[in-house]
Structure formats: structure tokens, C-alpha cells
Design a protein around this ligand. Structure first.
Ligand SMILES: Nc1ncnc2c1ncn2[C@@H]1O[C@H](COP(=O)(O)OP(=O)(O)OP(=O)(O)O)[C@@H](O)[C@H]1O
Length: 556
């Protein structure tokens, strides 16, 4: 499955890539809209880019939006005038951006860069309480959202004294709100991009909150803007001829990963509105459109492989990506055997760019997250921050001393204690456990809190879940610790059954699954307790919330 060599890199991208790899210094001033997007617009005009759109949006009922880099430039300059004009926003002001997958999200993101406004993306499932927490914590001056969330914002805006303007993306109007689309139509396409320093803030991300209250992660103009060039080429295999579809919600950090990696490499961002994320829509879209590159979270690939994939003929798909949580080897095997396509897993956090991954044409070891992604020096360290030898389990850590990589978050905003606690010795500590093998491949064990300690055996939930996934009865599972009077804690598996097994005798099935785990992995890991449930608790980004099940077990 070796892919053909990529086309030669345009000279300017080669320079960005060298910076991205830490081989050239980061410029003092950098603005992604001005220094990357407007450059692609020029390359496009002079015929140095294939006739590939920069942005392609479809809604599944026949409506499409396609922009070249030039059109994206024009529309985003108009949007910049709306932010500066009617909204009165200035460089450094913060704006929450909570929209479904609508083209306006990408326009406003670029407009923020042009005006120096710091964007704070959020997912559309946020409740009034979540919105209040975020608006207050970030002291946001403005919010952009759609009809669905506007009432929730109205319910809490009196409690958010910093909030001055509310922008509505809608074809109708609402009292107290400024209509973005109306203003956009009338706005001037002339706008001078503000001059930003590389270290100036570009975005604030609230983490998913999988392990606690969401933290505010601040990124700079260059951390993502230049930091994704190399992984965009290597892990995502993106070039100016590619069409990249990442099904992520706009509020999750993956949307930013996609924006910066695709556009810095001149690729087209494909978006399906996906009001409902379902397997058939995804598979049909891959058949209808010339998408070359796909990224979905493992949860979604788990659903896709339930379908008969041989019935679908994808037009142009050649590179598939996943990340955000562990990929069960069984899912990768099924995807590959049915589509002939390799699934390239990557690992990273809101705080970072890609920490490690299985890049294009690399040898993949099933179950591993791949190798360190340059310029990061990734190591496994002990509790004191000492580097551990291959094979030893410890914390996944990224070297930040003597030099902190530029492609890294600035800090946890307003939380110096948390920022300090994330560092140990010369390293940034991810909070995830793994080991590295002799060849430099990383093997994920689990988040710190998720690792189970049973009779002094340390068990990573992912290993047990992956073993369970190999049994046809298991659609998906979550493995957590459960109290036990003798062993202290034992492995408990919460299992969602495949429809064909829903009416099987639970006791017989429990025994069968326990025996199955004992045969495919070290027997001490088998789940001593099993519960069948209809649905696993997940974060809005689709990650399994093991902490919720664990707390339930321990009565917390
Ligand atoms: N390929 C992967 N395999 C296993 N886990 C992964 C992978 N990629 C990402 N993750 C998990 O996702 C985490 C990063 O996700 P994100 O930055 O959204 O914050 P979060 O950890 O989910 O939220 P919070 O910090 O609020 O708990 C990683 O630390 C890791 O636990």
C-alpha cells in the first residue's frame, strides 16, 4: 500500500516546513491569514496551485459552497470589517465561536486572525451553564452563534459583564443580536490585516473536560499556524492537490488542527454539514465527492466498520487518519481488509500539535500510536521527570527545556499553578501513560487516572477494550476499575453489544467474553466484572468518559 511520492513542495511551503521542524527560527511577526492564506491566493493567481478549491462545503441536500483562496480572502476581509466595525472588536479581544459546521465558522476564524481577535471555539452541544462558565472564565467580549444556541446565551448574558456583542449567524433576526450574514453582504472587501507577533494569542481552547473542569489552553499565532506544516505533510500527507475531510465538530481542537494543517499545505478543506453523524452518510459522501483524505475519531471508525464496506466505491480516498482516543487494532484491521486503506493513528492534545503518529508510508505496528513527531523530543519519564528506558511504563512527556518548542500552548490561562504542575524537570507531562519500544514506537496504556491497579498488576483499559473488540458480540466497551474486598480493585467492563447479540443469555455471554479476553491477552487482565449497557457515556467530542463509570463504581 505504498503511496506515490508527493509532488515537490512549493518553495514557500518548504520554508514553513523548515520552521515547523525547528530547523529555522520562527519569524518575529507572523499572521496565518496574511502570511499563509494570502500567499496561497497569490500562488493560485499565478497558476502555481492546481485548480482545487480551498474550501468546499456541502449540506447533503444539494447546496454547496466552494471558495478559492482568493474568494476566501475576500469574504474573510469582509468578515474582518464586521468584527472591527459594528462589533468594535480590537486586537486581543476575545470572541466565542459556537457554530454548527457552517461555512461562516471558517470565515470568522480567518477574520479573527485578520483583526487579531482571539477566537474561543466551543461545541454546539454546550448548555447555558457551560456557556456561562466559558464566557466568564475567558472574559469574552463577543459571541457568535446560531439560532439553536441564541436562547441559551440570552438566558445567561446578564451574568457575563464582559459580553458586549452577540452575533447571530442566521437568515432571520433576533432582538439584541447583530445579524452577521446581513452585515457581511454589505461589508467592504478592503481590509488591512493587523500585524501580529508570532507569540500573540490566536485562540483559546477549553479542553474536553474528560478528566476534570475544562482548562483554558492558549495558542499563539505561530504555534498552530506554523506548527502544523510538517505533520500536515507527513502524518496527514496533505498537498495542494488534496481534499481533506475531517468530520470533527467545529468546537473541538481537531477543527483547528485541520484548518492550519490543510491550508498551510495548500489543501482543500471539505466540510459536510452533518446535522446527524451517521455511518451511511459518511460512506456515501466518500463515494460522491473526490475526497482524498479522511479523519474521524476512533468511535466513528468503530461504527463505519460495522457496515459492509465492500458495497461502497470511494471516489478518491487514499489516506485515512484517526486520533483523539485509542484506536483498537481490530477496527484498523477491519477497515484495512475491507477498503484496502491503512488507518494512520496520531496522538496529541489541545496543548500541542501532533506528539506522535504513524506518518505516510511509515511501517505501522498494530496497536501503537507511532513515533515522535518532530520537532518534539518525546520520552517516557518517571514521576521525577527522569527518562525511562525502552519497554518501561511511565508518563508520556515532551522536552521543553532548555528550549520550549514553539509549536506548543503558551499556558493555561489564569492558572499558573496548573501550568507549573504540567511540568516536571525538563519535560511537559501529558498526563497519559505509555511505553516506548526499542524502535521508538509509543504504546498507549491509558490516562493516568484510567490505569487499573489490581493485585499490583497495572492494567491499561485500552488493552482490555481492544481484546474485547475482537469478539463479534462487542460493539464497543469501556473498562474501568471497580472496588474489590480482596484485590483492592478489579477490572470491570461495560459493554455495548452488537445488535445480533442483544438477546443472548447475559451470564453465558459474560463467561464467553471473559474466556475470550484470557485467550487474546495476558489472562490477568480479563474483566472479573461485566455489565451490559445500551450506550457508553462520552464527551461531546465522542471520547469515552471512563471517569464517569469509575466514579459510579466507587460511589463517588
Ligand atoms: N491516539 C490516541 N490514543 C489514545 N489517546 C489519545 C490519542 N489521541 C489523543 N488521546 C487522548 O486525548 C487527550 C487529549 O485530548 P484533549 O486535548 O481534547 O483533552 P482531554 O484530555 O480530552 O480533556 P481534559 O484535559 O479536560 O481532560 C490525550 O491526552 C489522550 O488522553
Amino acid at each position: 500500500h505504498t503511496q506515490p511520492p508527493p509532488p515537490p513542495i512549493p518553495e514557500v511551503v518548504a520554508t514553513w516546513e523548515a520552521i515547523s521542524l525547528g530547523r529555522q527560527p520562527v519569524p518575529e511577526y507572523f499572521n496565518f491569514a496574511h502570511d499563509v492564506l494570502d500567499v496561497w491566493s497569490q500562488l493560485e493567481k499565478t497558476g502555481h496551485r492546481p485548480p482545487n478549491p480551498a474550501f468546499w462545503w456541502v449540506n447533503g441536500s444539494g447546496t454547496e459552497v466552494k471558495w478559492t483562496f482568493e474568494e476566501l480572502g475576500k469574504q474573510s476581509r469582509k468578515a474582518a470589517n464586521v468584527l472591527e466595525g459594528v462589533c468594535g472588536l480590537q486586537p486581543g479581544d476575545r470572541m466565542m465561536l459556537v457554530l454548527p459546521r457552517l461555512p461562516d465558522w471558517w470565515l470568522i476564524s480567518v477574520a479573527c486572525m485578520r483583526t487579531g481577535v482571539v477566537m474561543i471555539p466551543g461545541v454546539s452541544q454546550l448548555t447555558a451553564k457551560d456557556l456561562k462558565y466559558r464566557l466568564q472564565a475567558a472574559r469574552a467580549k463577543s459571541i457568535v452563534t446560531s439560532d439553536a444556541l441564541a436562547p441559551q446565551v440570552d438566558a445567561i448574558s446578564a451574568d457575563c459583564p464582559s459580553l458586549q456583542t452577540k452575533l447571530l449567524v442566521s437568515d432571520t433576526s433576533r432582538p439584541g443580536w447583530i445579524n452577521f450574514r446581513e452585515l457581511l453582504r454589505a461589508a467592504s472587501p478592503e481590509h488591512n490585516c493587523v500585524r501580529t507577533r508570532s507569540g500573540d494569542s490566536v485562540a483559546i481552547y477549553f479542553t474536553s473536560g474528560t478528566t476534570g473542569a475544562p482548562k483554558m489552553v492558549e495558542h499563539s499565532q505561530s504555534s498552530y499556524g506554523l506548527g502544523f506544516v510538517a505533520s500536515g505533510r507527513r502524518w496527514m500527507a496533505l498537498t495542494e492537490s488534496d481534499i481533506f475531510w475531517n468530520t470533527t465538530d467545529t468546537g473541538w481542537v481537531k477543527a483547528a488542527w485541520t484548518l492550519f494543517s490543510a491550508w498551510s499545505n495548500g489543501a482543500c478543506i471539505f466540510v459536510h454539514e452533518l446535522p446527524r453523524v451517521d455511518a451511511k452518510t459518511i460512506l456515501n459522501t466518500l463515494c460522491r465527492f473526490p475526497i482524498t483524505t479522511l479523519c474521524c475519531v476512533p468511535t466513528l471508525f468503530r461504527l463505519l466498520v460495522q457496515e459492509d464496506l465492500t458495497r461502497y466505491k470511494f471516489q478518491c480516498l487514499r489516506h485515512c487518519l484517526t486520533g483523539g482516543e485509542a484506536l483498537n487494532p481490530d477496527v484498523r484491521d477491519k477497515w484495512k481488509s475491507q477498503t484496502g486503506l491503512e488507518l494512520h493513528e496520531g496522538y496529541g492534545q489541545s496543548e500541542t500539535v501532533v506528539i506522535c503518529g504513524n506518518s505516510r508510508n511509515s511501517t505501522i505496528k498494530s496497536g501503537s500510536m507511532g513515533k515522535a513527531s518532530p520537532p518534539y523530543d518525546v520520552q517516557i519519564v518517571d514521576e521525577e521527570g527522569n527518562v525511562l528506558p525502552p519497554g518501561k511504563e511511565g508518563n508520556i512527556a515532551v522536552r521543553i527545556k532548555p528550549t520550549r518548542p514553539f509549536c506548543f500552548f503558551n499556558c493555561y490561562l489564569d492558572n499558573p499553578e496548573k501550568t507549573a504542575a504540567s511540568e516536571q524537570g525538563d519535560f511537559y507531562i501529558t498526563g497519559d501513560r505509555a511505553h516506548m519500544d526499542e524502535d521508538g514506537y509509543f504504546w498507549f496504556l491509558g490516562r493516568n487516572d484510567d490505569v487499573i491497579n489490581s493485585s499490583s498488576y497495572r492494567i491499561g483499559p485500552v488493552e482490555v477494550e481492544s481484546a474485547l473488540a475482537e469478539h463479534p458480540a462487542v460493539l464497543e466497551s469501556a473498562v474501568v476499575s471497580s472496588p474489590d474486598p480482596i484485590r483492592g480493585e478489579v477490572v470491570k467492563a461495560f459493554i455495548v453489544l452488537s445488535p445480533a447479540y442483544a438477546s443472548h443469555d447475559p451470564e453465558a455471554l459474560t463467561r464467553e467474553l471473559q474466556e475470550h479476553v484470557k485467550t487474546v491477552t495476558a489472562p490477568y487482565k480479563y474483566p472479573r466484572k461485566v455489565a451490559f449497557i445500551s450506550e457508553l457515556p462520552k464527551t461531546v467530542s465522542g471520547k469515552i468518559l471512563r471517569s464517569k463509570l469509575r466514579n459510579q463504581e466507587w460511589g463517588r
